[in-house]
Design a protein around this ligand. Sequence first.
Ligand code: ADP
Ligand code: MG
Length: 174
Amino acid sequence: MSLPIYLIGARGCGKTTVGHALALASGYAFCDTDHALQQSSGQTVADIVAQEGWAGFRLRETASLKAVTAPTTVIATGGGMVLAEENRQFMREHGRVIYLNADAEILAARLEAYPQAEQRPTLTGRPVSEEMVEVLAARDALYRAAAHHIIDAMQSPDAVVSQIMSVLSPARAS
Ligand code: ADP
Ligand code: MG
């Protein structure tokens, strides 16, 4: 199978970490929509949000999704990629969509350990743990609606990668 693999889920679920490892294991290329957007605009996500607001960022995000879509590529998407119906439909039609699912407490703990604030402006300015509960409550249904497969992302990165590979090619799983 050579369709692009889209990784979706909230900030901290492991899209970048697992995406890199999955690309290595499968021989696919790796792309990150936030990173691609930064390369093409020369600005960080935080800069874009500060200058154009989240609405401006969302428009650029959709363009970035389309730009990086290619066969044999693992695509880590921004946490809010699923908010637009257009993006959900595009991913489902063009590839296989994997939701990396993790509890809010786990996500918050990961983000607090490595805040990378520049890349991850908080959506509300409140503590990460509070915000994560709300973000997941609002988005979990959208992640599920967009996904072809839902994977438990609270396992080790290697275990997450193996599970993705086995759901994508069940015949070859050992
Ligand atoms: P995302 O790209 O979805 O925002 P990252 O891949 O950047 O998430 O991961 C966020 C943080 O959580 C990083 O510090 C990363 O090392 C850690 N992390 C990611 N996946 C796992 C995992 N399966 N188990 C433990 N820590 C993880
Ligand atoms: Mg990432």
